[in-house]
Design a protein around this ligand. Sequence first.
Ligand code: UDP
Length: 455
Amino acid sequence: MGNQPQTTASRNRRIILFPFPFQGHINPMLQLASLLYYRGFSITILHTNFNAPKISNYPHFTFISILDNHPEDERFSKSLLLDFAPDFIFKQDGADALRDELELLLASGKDEPVSCLITDAFWHFTQSVADSLNLPRLVLRTSSLYSTIIYSSIPLLDDCGYFTLDDNHLEEQVVKFPLLKVKDILKIGIRSNKDPYAELIGDMVKQTKASSGIIWNSFKELEETELERVQHDFPILNFLIPLPKYLTTSSSSLLDQDRTFFPWLDQQPPNSVLYVSFGSISKVDEKEFVEIAHGLVHSKQAFLWVVRPGFVKGSTSLELLPNGFPGESGRVVEWAPQQEVLAHEVTGAFWTHSGWNSTLESVCEGVAMICSPFRGDQPLDARYMSGLLRVGVYIENGFQREEISNAIRRVMVDEEGKEIRERARVLKQKGDVSLMKGGSSNESMESLVDYISSL
Ligand code: UDP
């Protein structure tokens, strides 16, 4: 990339960034932090001890651990973050702890003046803290514009009764959002507007609207039809910056990336390998795991499959896998440098859980997708990619070997797949153009830097 770091001496403004502590949120926040560092800002990262970033990979940043660093309080035990988060982090205690930290930081005077706080949208309570300190807060939204529009419409969908429909309605279209089926809406994971998760989403939307601006990990040409709606629903500054186009996520990876498969990958013919990964959180049961393996074998395509530790609920029962699995035409690894694999010329398609980072990384490299969403925003983005942009196919019925191998062959072998791959290539090109001088992402990046400099 073209932006070279400036020397520390010329930095005169500091930005404080606060990622939500999961891989899919840490990656884009640290990509954004690096971009802003390259544009001349000093960087402080606030983080929890739970899923702490690899600090040694960022010697030029300052790191401060907050919220879960009190050794005498049992609530702060590592594995409990999500258990105590609703009671603590998202309530007044979390706000008070953050305010104390920020007050110290702002009063210390040993660093440059702080321009703003940039937090993950989930950290909604940070808005009141920022307001009380007269510190502008920007939000990094790590999901798509499209899924955020659906999330902000949860009260409306609840009023229409969608969350209480029974199984007979699963395949019906959602009238307000015709791209979606009822089952997609149900997979968001809430059953009413009063659910704690719905409340969290409601607070997130409200406090995002109250912020000084939203940074979206996306680009205009990718979600053009959604941008107008977002500008209407979130009438604040909106910056669309496709972070994977600028930087990889290798430094912010929480797991070690295996690179031993590259000699094998390098020997495969162009567009011949299916890359398979379902992100950092999703889990399958043993039966689904076995169906995935059989589907891969039946497709007769070469594959690289990421099986993360903990991916299979219970145990990873290798003895249940087909004889001789994975064989010479496949490789199984625990964690991969995903963007590098997607950028490799031998990668013909990505079988993904449709997490937004994975989706965007695939779009940025022009790789066609096979979408197997699990929950949350994933089914929404899967529909957008397969139904609207048609750069992928959607596996409708969970993990069943025949449907899997059919989907793989549709994308990797059939004529239909050629068209899907061509559309993916054109979309990547649009992303590339958006980065050039005068392009939409380039202008967004410039206006973000100008805006932060003006604060
Ligand atoms: N990832 C990776 N190596 C892997 C699998 C995933 O580096 O083997 C990265 C991937 O590039 C992406 C992130 O993990 O940046 C996953 O985020 P996503 O939003 O796709 O899904 P989540 O993990 O949040 O469900």
